[in-house]
Design a protein around this ligand. Structure first.
Ligand code: BES
Ligand code: MN
Length: 444
Protein backbone atom coordinates (compact mmCIF):
# COMPACT_ATOMS: atom_id res chain seq x y z
CA UNK A 1 0.00 0.00 0.00
CA UNK A 2 1.41 3.33 -1.05
CA UNK A 3 2.01 5.53 1.98
CA UNK A 4 0.49 8.56 0.27
CA UNK A 5 -2.74 6.59 -0.27
CA UNK A 6 -3.00 5.84 3.43
CA UNK A 7 -2.08 9.40 4.41
CA UNK A 8 -4.83 10.81 2.23
CA UNK A 9 -7.34 8.23 3.43
CA UNK A 10 -6.52 9.24 7.01
CA UNK A 11 -6.95 12.93 6.15
CA UNK A 12 -10.41 12.17 4.81
CA UNK A 13 -11.27 10.21 7.97
CA UNK A 14 -10.22 13.09 10.22
CA UNK A 15 -13.21 15.21 9.18
CA UNK A 16 -16.06 14.60 11.63
CA UNK A 17 -18.60 14.85 8.81
CA UNK A 18 -21.62 13.88 10.89
CA UNK A 19 -24.57 14.89 8.73
CA UNK A 20 -27.37 14.53 11.26
CA UNK A 21 -26.01 17.05 13.76
CA UNK A 22 -26.12 20.71 12.70
CA UNK A 23 -23.19 21.57 14.96
CA UNK A 24 -20.91 19.63 12.57
CA UNK A 25 -22.07 21.49 9.43
CA UNK A 26 -18.73 23.32 9.00
CA UNK A 27 -16.79 20.08 9.22
CA UNK A 28 -19.09 18.47 6.68
CA UNK A 29 -18.42 21.35 4.29
CA UNK A 30 -14.66 21.14 4.87
CA UNK A 31 -14.78 17.46 4.08
CA UNK A 32 -16.57 18.19 0.78
CA UNK A 33 -13.94 20.82 -0.08
CA UNK A 34 -11.12 18.40 0.68
CA UNK A 35 -12.63 15.83 -1.66
CA UNK A 36 -13.13 18.44 -4.36
CA UNK A 37 -9.47 19.43 -4.12
CA UNK A 38 -8.38 15.82 -4.37
CA UNK A 39 -10.59 15.23 -7.42
CA UNK A 40 -9.32 18.42 -9.07
CA UNK A 41 -5.77 17.16 -8.66
CA UNK A 42 -6.78 14.28 -10.98
CA UNK A 43 -7.59 16.83 -13.69
CA UNK A 44 -11.31 16.21 -13.26
CA UNK A 45 -13.82 19.03 -13.59
CA UNK A 46 -15.27 19.47 -10.11
CA UNK A 47 -18.20 21.30 -8.56
CA UNK A 48 -19.16 21.49 -4.94
CA UNK A 49 -22.87 21.93 -5.45
CA UNK A 50 -24.69 23.56 -2.55
CA UNK A 51 -28.04 22.18 -1.42
CA UNK A 52 -30.41 23.27 1.35
CA UNK A 53 -28.42 20.76 3.42
CA UNK A 54 -24.89 19.51 2.86
CA UNK A 55 -23.17 19.94 -0.53
CA UNK A 56 -22.80 17.39 -3.30
CA UNK A 57 -19.32 16.84 -4.73
CA UNK A 58 -19.65 16.26 -8.47
CA UNK A 59 -16.64 15.46 -10.63
CA UNK A 60 -16.28 14.28 -14.21
CA UNK A 61 -13.59 13.63 -16.77
CA UNK A 62 -13.69 14.97 -20.31
CA UNK A 63 -16.49 12.99 -21.92
CA UNK A 64 -15.91 11.57 -25.39
CA UNK A 65 -18.61 10.32 -27.70
CA UNK A 66 -18.79 6.60 -28.29
CA UNK A 67 -17.75 5.68 -24.75
CA UNK A 68 -19.89 4.26 -22.00
CA UNK A 69 -20.73 6.65 -19.20
CA UNK A 70 -20.43 5.41 -15.63
CA UNK A 71 -21.60 7.26 -12.53
CA UNK A 72 -19.81 6.30 -9.32
CA UNK A 73 -21.82 7.27 -6.25
CA UNK A 74 -20.73 7.41 -2.63
CA UNK A 75 -21.16 9.47 0.51
CA UNK A 76 -18.73 11.43 2.65
CA UNK A 77 -21.08 11.91 5.59
CA UNK A 78 -20.93 9.56 8.55
CA UNK A 79 -23.12 8.44 11.42
CA UNK A 80 -22.57 9.98 14.87
CA UNK A 81 -19.71 8.27 16.68
CA UNK A 82 -21.38 7.86 20.06
CA UNK A 83 -21.10 6.18 22.51
CA UNK A 84 -17.59 7.60 22.55
CA UNK A 85 -16.44 5.70 25.64
CA UNK A 86 -16.67 2.40 23.76
CA UNK A 87 -14.06 3.38 21.15
CA UNK A 88 -10.56 2.06 21.79
CA UNK A 89 -9.16 5.03 19.84
CA UNK A 90 -10.92 8.34 19.09
CA UNK A 91 -13.35 8.00 16.15
CA UNK A 92 -11.88 10.85 14.11
CA UNK A 93 -8.21 10.03 14.78
CA UNK A 94 -7.71 7.06 12.46
CA UNK A 95 -5.21 4.40 13.46
CA UNK A 96 -3.83 1.39 11.61
CA UNK A 97 -3.71 -1.74 13.75
CA UNK A 98 -3.03 -5.30 12.54
CA UNK A 99 -3.99 -4.41 8.99
CA UNK A 100 -7.24 -2.66 9.93
CA UNK A 101 -7.95 1.06 9.85
CA UNK A 102 -10.15 2.17 12.76
CA UNK A 103 -12.25 5.33 12.47
CA UNK A 104 -15.85 6.42 12.00
CA UNK A 105 -16.42 6.19 8.24
CA UNK A 106 -13.46 3.82 7.67
CA UNK A 107 -15.83 1.47 5.84
CA UNK A 108 -19.08 3.43 5.59
CA UNK A 109 -18.38 5.06 3.25
CA UNK A 110 -15.10 6.96 3.11
CA UNK A 111 -12.84 3.93 2.67
CA UNK A 112 -14.94 2.52 -0.13
CA UNK A 113 -15.47 5.73 -2.08
CA UNK A 114 -11.83 6.75 -1.64
CA UNK A 115 -10.70 3.41 -3.08
CA UNK A 116 -12.68 4.30 -6.22
CA UNK A 117 -11.04 7.71 -6.35
CA UNK A 118 -7.59 6.13 -6.10
CA UNK A 119 -8.50 3.54 -8.75
CA UNK A 120 -9.36 6.41 -11.08
CA UNK A 121 -6.12 8.15 -10.13
CA UNK A 122 -4.13 5.01 -11.00
CA UNK A 123 -5.85 4.57 -14.35
CA UNK A 124 -5.17 8.18 -15.26
CA UNK A 125 -1.54 7.88 -14.11
CA UNK A 126 -1.09 4.70 -16.14
CA UNK A 127 -3.00 5.61 -19.30
CA UNK A 128 -3.50 9.35 -19.24
CA UNK A 129 -7.25 8.76 -19.41
CA UNK A 130 -10.08 6.51 -18.28
CA UNK A 131 -11.72 3.87 -20.49
CA UNK A 132 -15.14 5.45 -19.85
CA UNK A 133 -16.85 8.78 -19.39
CA UNK A 134 -17.09 9.18 -15.65
CA UNK A 135 -19.12 11.03 -13.07
CA UNK A 136 -18.38 10.98 -9.38
CA UNK A 137 -21.39 12.02 -7.28
CA UNK A 138 -20.38 12.03 -3.63
CA UNK A 139 -23.00 13.36 -1.28
CA UNK A 140 -23.10 14.46 2.34
CA UNK A 141 -26.58 13.35 3.37
CA UNK A 142 -26.84 9.61 2.78
CA UNK A 143 -26.99 8.82 6.47
CA UNK A 144 -29.98 11.14 6.83
CA UNK A 145 -31.95 9.85 3.87
CA UNK A 146 -30.47 11.77 0.87
CA UNK A 147 -33.37 14.22 0.87
CA UNK A 148 -31.58 16.84 -1.23
CA UNK A 149 -30.09 14.50 -3.80
CA UNK A 150 -33.16 13.79 -5.98
CA UNK A 151 -33.52 17.54 -6.74
CA UNK A 152 -29.82 17.59 -7.68
CA UNK A 153 -30.32 14.63 -10.03
CA UNK A 154 -33.39 16.26 -11.54
CA UNK A 155 -31.81 19.63 -12.09
CA UNK A 156 -28.74 18.07 -13.76
CA UNK A 157 -30.60 15.23 -15.40
CA UNK A 158 -29.25 15.75 -18.92
CA UNK A 159 -25.66 16.40 -17.78
CA UNK A 160 -25.77 13.28 -15.62
CA UNK A 161 -27.02 11.03 -18.42
CA UNK A 162 -25.19 7.75 -17.97
CA UNK A 163 -25.38 4.04 -18.74
CA UNK A 164 -24.96 2.59 -15.29
CA UNK A 165 -24.23 3.52 -11.68
CA UNK A 166 -21.55 1.87 -9.54
CA UNK A 167 -21.78 1.98 -5.74
CA UNK A 168 -19.51 0.46 -3.11
CA UNK A 169 -21.52 0.95 0.06
CA UNK A 170 -22.71 -2.58 0.77
CA UNK A 171 -21.17 -5.74 2.18
CA UNK A 172 -19.07 -8.73 1.23
CA UNK A 173 -20.39 -11.92 2.75
CA UNK A 174 -16.90 -12.85 3.96
CA UNK A 175 -13.31 -11.70 3.60
CA UNK A 176 -11.95 -12.21 0.05
CA UNK A 177 -15.38 -13.28 -1.18
CA UNK A 178 -16.43 -11.02 -4.03
CA UNK A 179 -20.05 -10.04 -3.63
CA UNK A 180 -22.58 -8.47 -5.94
CA UNK A 181 -25.72 -7.25 -4.17
CA UNK A 182 -28.84 -7.10 -6.27
CA UNK A 183 -31.28 -5.76 -3.67
CA UNK A 184 -31.54 -3.34 -0.77
CA UNK A 185 -34.24 -3.02 1.80
CA UNK A 186 -36.03 0.30 2.07
CA UNK A 187 -36.47 2.23 5.26
CA UNK A 188 -39.08 4.61 6.64
CA UNK A 189 -39.19 6.40 9.98
CA UNK A 190 -41.98 7.19 12.41
CA UNK A 191 -41.62 9.04 15.70
CA UNK A 192 -44.13 8.64 18.52
CA UNK A 193 -44.81 11.11 21.33
CA UNK A 194 -47.10 10.10 24.16
CA UNK A 195 -48.18 12.84 26.53
CA UNK A 196 -50.20 12.65 29.71
CA UNK A 197 -50.03 15.25 32.50
CA UNK A 198 -48.64 18.72 31.71
CA UNK A 199 -45.65 18.19 34.04
CA UNK A 200 -43.87 15.26 35.68
CA UNK A 201 -46.03 14.41 38.72
CA UNK A 202 -45.45 13.01 42.19
CA UNK A 203 -46.45 9.39 41.72
CA UNK A 204 -47.76 9.14 45.27
CA UNK A 205 -49.93 12.24 45.15
CA UNK A 206 -51.36 11.50 41.70
CA UNK A 207 -50.53 7.85 40.94
CA UNK A 208 -53.70 5.89 40.18
CA UNK A 209 -55.68 8.94 39.13
CA UNK A 210 -54.18 9.57 35.67
CA UNK A 211 -52.68 7.36 32.97
CA UNK A 212 -48.91 6.88 32.87
CA UNK A 213 -47.49 7.83 29.43
CA UNK A 214 -44.60 5.37 29.82
CA UNK A 215 -46.96 2.49 30.31
CA UNK A 216 -49.12 3.68 27.43
CA UNK A 217 -46.04 3.82 25.19
CA UNK A 218 -44.97 0.35 26.27
CA UNK A 219 -48.38 -1.01 25.31
CA UNK A 220 -48.22 0.70 21.95
CA UNK A 221 -44.77 -0.66 21.23
CA UNK A 222 -45.65 -4.22 22.15
CA UNK A 223 -48.65 -4.02 19.83
CA UNK A 224 -46.25 -3.87 16.87
CA UNK A 225 -45.30 -7.58 16.94
CA UNK A 226 -46.78 -10.91 17.90
CA UNK A 227 -44.81 -13.41 19.96
CA UNK A 228 -43.52 -15.20 16.89
CA UNK A 229 -41.73 -12.10 15.66
CA UNK A 230 -44.30 -11.26 13.02
CA UNK A 231 -45.43 -7.68 12.63
CA UNK A 232 -48.97 -7.36 13.92
CA UNK A 233 -50.01 -4.26 11.97
CA UNK A 234 -53.00 -5.30 9.85
CA UNK A 235 -52.16 -5.23 6.15
CA UNK A 236 -48.43 -4.80 6.75
CA UNK A 237 -47.46 -7.88 4.73
CA UNK A 238 -50.04 -7.39 1.96
CA UNK A 239 -47.56 -6.10 -0.61
CA UNK A 240 -44.54 -8.19 0.42
CA UNK A 241 -43.20 -10.15 -2.52
CA UNK A 242 -42.25 -13.69 -1.57
CA UNK A 243 -38.64 -14.78 -1.94
CA UNK A 244 -37.85 -16.26 -5.31
CA UNK A 245 -37.15 -20.01 -5.28
CA UNK A 246 -33.70 -19.62 -6.81
CA UNK A 247 -32.69 -17.21 -4.06
CA UNK A 248 -33.73 -19.46 -1.20
CA UNK A 249 -31.76 -22.28 -2.82
CA UNK A 250 -28.70 -20.16 -3.65
CA UNK A 251 -28.47 -18.53 -0.21
CA UNK A 252 -28.36 -21.93 1.46
CA UNK A 253 -25.18 -22.61 -0.52
CA UNK A 254 -23.37 -19.37 0.35
CA UNK A 255 -20.05 -19.98 2.10
CA UNK A 256 -21.18 -18.44 5.40
CA UNK A 257 -22.77 -19.63 8.58
CA UNK A 258 -25.03 -16.66 9.14
CA UNK A 259 -26.43 -17.91 12.44
CA UNK A 260 -22.99 -18.27 13.97
CA UNK A 261 -21.81 -15.00 12.52
CA UNK A 262 -24.76 -12.99 13.77
CA UNK A 263 -24.43 -14.48 17.25
CA UNK A 264 -20.73 -13.70 17.28
CA UNK A 265 -20.92 -10.16 15.89
CA UNK A 266 -23.94 -9.05 17.88
CA UNK A 267 -23.23 -10.74 21.18
CA UNK A 268 -26.97 -11.36 21.52
CA UNK A 269 -27.80 -14.34 23.76
CA UNK A 270 -29.78 -16.04 21.00
CA UNK A 271 -31.23 -15.48 17.57
CA UNK A 272 -34.77 -14.20 17.23
CA UNK A 273 -36.87 -13.26 14.23
CA UNK A 274 -39.89 -13.97 12.13
CA UNK A 275 -40.92 -17.61 12.30
CA UNK A 276 -40.47 -19.60 9.10
CA UNK A 277 -37.39 -17.83 7.72
CA UNK A 278 -33.64 -18.33 7.96
CA UNK A 279 -31.41 -15.62 9.36
CA UNK A 280 -30.30 -14.45 5.92
CA UNK A 281 -33.87 -14.46 4.65
CA UNK A 282 -34.97 -12.43 7.66
CA UNK A 283 -32.25 -9.83 7.11
CA UNK A 284 -32.31 -9.61 3.33
CA UNK A 285 -35.85 -10.27 2.21
CA UNK A 286 -38.29 -9.75 5.07
CA UNK A 287 -39.53 -6.43 6.47
CA UNK A 288 -39.05 -5.36 10.07
CA UNK A 289 -40.34 -2.84 12.59
CA UNK A 290 -37.60 -1.61 14.91
CA UNK A 291 -37.56 0.62 17.95
CA UNK A 292 -34.38 2.67 17.50
CA UNK A 293 -34.77 4.89 20.52
CA UNK A 294 -36.95 5.16 23.54
CA UNK A 295 -37.17 7.88 26.14
CA UNK A 296 -39.08 9.42 28.98
CA UNK A 297 -39.18 9.40 32.73
CA UNK A 298 -36.33 9.48 35.17
CA UNK A 299 -33.04 8.11 33.73
CA UNK A 300 -30.61 9.14 36.48
CA UNK A 301 -29.10 7.14 39.32
CA UNK A 302 -31.29 5.87 42.15
CA UNK A 303 -35.05 6.24 42.09
CA UNK A 304 -37.42 9.12 41.53
CA UNK A 305 -41.10 8.68 42.16
CA UNK A 306 -42.63 10.47 39.20
CA UNK A 307 -45.19 9.92 36.53
CA UNK A 308 -43.52 11.30 33.42
CA UNK A 309 -45.36 13.92 31.47
CA UNK A 310 -44.03 12.79 28.09
CA UNK A 311 -42.43 9.74 26.52
CA UNK A 312 -41.21 9.13 23.03
CA UNK A 313 -40.05 6.36 20.72
CA UNK A 314 -38.26 6.49 17.40
CA UNK A 315 -39.29 3.72 15.03
CA UNK A 316 -38.09 2.66 11.63
CA UNK A 317 -39.46 0.01 9.33
CA UNK A 318 -37.24 -1.86 6.88
CA UNK A 319 -39.18 -2.49 3.72
CA UNK A 320 -38.92 -5.05 0.96
CA UNK A 321 -40.35 -5.36 -2.54
CA UNK A 322 -43.18 -4.32 -3.18
CA UNK A 323 -44.00 -2.33 -0.03
CA UNK A 324 -44.62 1.38 -0.20
CA UNK A 325 -43.25 3.56 2.58
CA UNK A 326 -46.30 5.82 2.53
CA UNK A 327 -48.69 2.91 2.85
CA UNK A 328 -46.69 1.27 5.64
CA UNK A 329 -46.60 4.51 7.64
CA UNK A 330 -50.31 4.99 7.08
CA UNK A 331 -51.08 1.43 8.26
CA UNK A 332 -48.80 1.82 11.27
CA UNK A 333 -50.41 5.11 12.29
CA UNK A 334 -53.88 3.63 11.99
CA UNK A 335 -52.87 0.59 14.05
CA UNK A 336 -51.20 2.66 16.77
CA UNK A 337 -54.10 5.09 16.94
CA UNK A 338 -56.46 2.17 17.39
CA UNK A 339 -54.27 0.63 20.12
CA UNK A 340 -53.72 3.86 22.02
CA UNK A 341 -54.64 3.29 25.66
CA UNK A 342 -57.02 5.77 27.28
CA UNK A 343 -55.83 8.81 29.19
CA UNK A 344 -52.94 9.97 26.97
CA UNK A 345 -52.49 11.81 23.71
CA UNK A 346 -50.45 10.30 20.89
CA UNK A 347 -48.64 12.33 18.26
CA UNK A 348 -46.96 10.64 15.32
CA UNK A 349 -44.63 12.08 12.76
CA UNK A 350 -43.11 10.40 9.74
CA UNK A 351 -39.46 11.01 8.97
CA UNK A 352 -37.07 10.29 6.10
CA UNK A 353 -37.56 7.30 3.92
CA UNK A 354 -35.72 5.40 1.26
CA UNK A 355 -37.33 2.85 -1.04
CA UNK A 356 -36.19 -0.74 -1.51
CA UNK A 357 -34.31 -1.77 -4.63
CA UNK A 358 -34.28 -5.00 -6.59
CA UNK A 359 -32.43 -5.55 -9.83
CA UNK A 360 -31.28 -8.33 -12.15
CA UNK A 361 -27.93 -9.80 -10.98
CA UNK A 362 -27.31 -11.14 -14.48
CA UNK A 363 -28.03 -8.14 -16.69
CA UNK A 364 -25.37 -7.18 -19.23
CA UNK A 365 -23.79 -4.66 -16.85
CA UNK A 366 -24.14 -6.95 -13.84
CA UNK A 367 -22.26 -9.61 -15.77
CA UNK A 368 -19.51 -7.10 -16.48
CA UNK A 369 -19.43 -6.35 -12.74
CA UNK A 370 -19.22 -10.05 -11.95
CA UNK A 371 -16.25 -10.41 -14.31
CA UNK A 372 -14.53 -7.47 -12.64
CA UNK A 373 -15.14 -8.96 -9.19
CA UNK A 374 -13.80 -12.34 -10.27
CA UNK A 375 -10.72 -10.65 -11.69
CA UNK A 376 -10.16 -8.63 -8.52
CA UNK A 377 -10.58 -11.43 -6.00
CA UNK A 378 -9.95 -14.53 -8.10
CA UNK A 379 -12.95 -16.31 -6.57
CA UNK A 380 -16.57 -17.07 -7.40
CA UNK A 381 -18.94 -14.17 -6.93
CA UNK A 382 -21.68 -14.36 -4.29
CA UNK A 383 -25.02 -12.88 -5.36
CA UNK A 384 -26.87 -11.51 -2.37
CA UNK A 385 -29.47 -9.06 -1.17
CA UNK A 386 -28.77 -6.56 1.59
CA UNK A 387 -30.61 -5.64 4.75
CA UNK A 388 -29.44 -2.03 4.70
CA UNK A 389 -30.71 0.86 2.63
CA UNK A 390 -29.20 3.35 0.21
CA UNK A 391 -32.10 5.70 -0.43
CA UNK A 392 -30.88 7.25 -3.68
CA UNK A 393 -30.44 3.99 -5.58
CA UNK A 394 -34.10 3.79 -6.57
CA UNK A 395 -33.90 7.39 -7.79
CA UNK A 396 -31.03 6.53 -10.11
CA UNK A 397 -33.56 4.24 -11.75
CA UNK A 398 -36.52 6.62 -11.54
CA UNK A 399 -34.76 9.87 -12.44
CA UNK A 400 -31.74 8.84 -14.53
CA UNK A 401 -33.30 5.64 -15.89
CA UNK A 402 -30.31 3.45 -15.03
CA UNK A 403 -29.59 0.42 -12.87
CA UNK A 404 -27.04 0.35 -10.05
CA UNK A 405 -24.25 -2.17 -9.52
CA UNK A 406 -23.72 -2.67 -5.78
CA UNK A 407 -20.11 -3.80 -5.38
CA UNK A 408 -19.61 -3.65 -1.65
CA UNK A 409 -16.35 -3.98 0.24
CA UNK A 410 -17.68 -3.90 3.81
CA UNK A 411 -17.05 -6.95 5.96
CA UNK A 412 -19.58 -8.41 8.39
CA UNK A 413 -17.38 -7.30 11.30
CA UNK A 414 -16.74 -3.76 10.01
CA UNK A 415 -18.87 -2.23 12.81
CA UNK A 416 -20.48 0.35 10.56
CA UNK A 417 -22.58 2.72 12.73
CA UNK A 418 -21.05 1.11 15.87
CA UNK A 419 -18.02 1.92 18.00
CA UNK A 420 -14.64 0.84 16.54
CA UNK A 421 -15.71 0.90 12.90
CA UNK A 422 -12.89 -0.52 10.82
CA UNK A 423 -11.80 -1.37 7.28
CA UNK A 424 -9.01 -3.77 6.33
CA UNK A 425 -6.24 -2.20 4.27
CA UNK A 426 -6.56 -5.33 2.16
CA UNK A 427 -10.12 -4.32 1.20
CA UNK A 428 -9.02 -0.76 0.54
CA UNK A 429 -6.41 -2.12 -1.88
CA UNK A 430 -8.91 -4.52 -3.42
CA UNK A 431 -11.28 -1.58 -3.93
CA UNK A 432 -8.65 0.25 -5.95
CA UNK A 433 -8.11 -2.80 -8.17
CA UNK A 434 -11.84 -3.38 -8.40
CA UNK A 435 -12.44 0.14 -9.62
CA UNK A 436 -9.92 -0.35 -12.42
CA UNK A 437 -11.36 -3.73 -13.35
CA UNK A 438 -14.97 -2.60 -13.36
CA UNK A 439 -14.34 0.48 -15.48
CA UNK A 440 -12.42 -1.74 -17.89
CA UNK A 441 -15.19 -4.31 -18.07
CA UNK A 442 -17.94 -1.71 -18.40
CA UNK A 443 -16.03 -0.01 -21.21
CA UNK A 444 -15.82 -3.17 -23.30
N1 BES B 1 -23.83 1.61 3.74
C1 BES B 1 -25.08 1.71 4.37
C2 BES B 1 -26.14 0.85 3.77
C3 BES B 1 -25.92 -0.63 3.89
C4 BES B 1 -25.57 -1.20 5.08
C5 BES B 1 -26.12 -1.42 2.80
C6 BES B 1 -25.39 -2.55 5.16
C7 BES B 1 -25.94 -2.76 2.89
C8 BES B 1 -25.57 -3.34 4.08
C9 BES B 1 -25.59 3.13 4.35
O1 BES B 1 -24.60 4.07 4.56
C10 BES B 1 -26.59 3.29 5.46
O2 BES B 1 -26.26 3.04 6.58
N2 BES B 1 -27.78 3.69 5.13
C11 BES B 1 -28.79 3.99 6.10
C12 BES B 1 -29.83 4.79 5.38
C13 BES B 1 -30.86 5.44 6.24
C14 BES B 1 -30.26 6.29 7.31
C15 BES B 1 -31.82 6.24 5.40
C16 BES B 1 -29.39 2.72 6.68
O3 BES B 1 -29.48 1.69 6.01
O4 BES B 1 -29.75 2.77 7.85
MN1 MN C 1 -24.24 3.97 6.83
Amino acid sequence: MRQDYLDEYFSLLRFPSVSTDASFADKVKQCADWLAKKLKSLQLEVDVVPTPGHPVVWARNKHKSGRRTVLIYGHYDVQPPDPLELWTSPPFEPVLKDGYVYARGATDNKGQIFAHILGVQESIEANGDLPVNLHFVIEGEEEIGSGNLPPFLKSHQSDLKCDVVVVSDTGMIAQRTPTLSYALRGVTALELKVTGPKIDLHSGIYGGSVANPAEALARLLTSLHDREGRIAIPGFYDDVAPLQDWERAAWKKLPVNADEEVLKETGAPELFGEAGYTTLERIWARPTAEINGLGGGYQGPGTKTVIPSKTMAKLTFRLVPNQSAERVVELAKKHLEKNKPPGVTLEMEGGHNGPWYLTDPNSQYAQAAQRALRKTFDRDVALIREGGSIPIVSDFRNILGVETLLLGLALPNCRAHSPNENFPVENFEAGIRMNRAVLQELAA
